[in-house]
Design a protein around this ligand. Structure first.
Ligand code: ADP
Ligand code: AMP
Length: 218
């Protein structure tokens, strides 16, 4: 049976950072709904234009278009063995849809690591985040700097600061998270799928705890 992992946590909790490490260790695909939207914005598609109007304000893109986009991605051949879902689902409606789309593929969500980090740390993480243009690899000017300033260690592409990583928009995103996404904690806890992970530790220690939660030996 394929393995589908949902990484839950506030914006800035470290989902993307950990997903990039875990895909190397597990061979699973990485599905980041935020990265998929940013790709659409870059390619100037109609969906990109719609998504941008929500993302720039720190609001969620409507469920129907988000679900359709992830459904298309998850049915691609590289997801057959499973995938790490990063940033999706973000609402109870999306969580129900995730279950249905995986059931249609003869599978289900395996485990939901919930990465917790205190709010006051999240703003510092988001406002210091640098993202790689080519594949969305993430760095931090203080906590996780690239070897060469402004350049991604992995693929050499340019690093940029996301428009929604300003202090003001980051605060708005944390409010939206508390209102729309927090209910998923209980949703998955009730299903016995939730495993809490302390995200306020060095990156490699968080990975270690995640590998234990996923029952994968290094
Ligand atoms: P998310 O995908 O949950 O929004 P990211 O993985 O993009 O979060 O991380 C947000 C920022 O915090 C990035 O700049 C990243 O380099 C940094 N970061 C991630 N994990 C840690 C950690 N354990 N300690 C310090 N900084 C971290
Ligand atoms: P992220 O890259 O996960 O930080 O997401 C950046 C932005 O993309 C969010 O603030 C939302 O505007 C949008 N987004 C990403 N994933 C979703 C989702 N599952 N549902 C709705 N909007 C999303």
């Amino acid at each position: 049976m394929a393995t589908y992992i949902v990484l839950l946590g506030s914006p800035g909790a470290g989902k993307g950072t950990q997903a990039d490490i875990l895909i190397e260790q597990t061979g699973l695909a990485h599905i980041s709904s935020g990265d998929l939207f940013r790709e659409h914005i870059r390619s100037k598609t109609e969906l990109g234009q719609l998504a941008d109007s929500y993302m720039s304000k720190g609001e969620l893109v409507p469920d129907d278009v988000t679900i359709a986009m992830v459904k298309e991605r998850i049915s691609m051949p590289d997801c057959e063995r499973g995938a790490i879902l990063d940033g999706f689902p973000r609402t109870p409606v999306q969580a129900d849809a995730a279950k249905i789309m995986l059931n249609e593929l003869g599978s289900d969500i395996t485990v939901v690591p919930y990465i917790t980090v205190p709010d006051e740390i999240l703003i510092a993480r988001l406002s210091g985040r640098w993202t790689c243009r080519a594949s969305g690899h993430v760095y931090h000017n203080l906590y996780s700097p690239p070897l060469k300033e402004g350049i991604c260690d992995i693929d050499g592409s340019e690093l940029y600061q996301r428009d929604d990583d300003t202090v003001e928009t980051a605060k708005k995103r944390l409010c939206v998270y508390a209102e729309k996404t927090l209910p998923l904690i209980n949703y998955y806890r009730k299903q016995n799928r939730l495993v809490e992970i302390q995200g306020n530790q060095p990156i490699d220690k968080v990975t270690e705890d995640l590998l234990v939660a996923l029952d994968i030996k290094e």
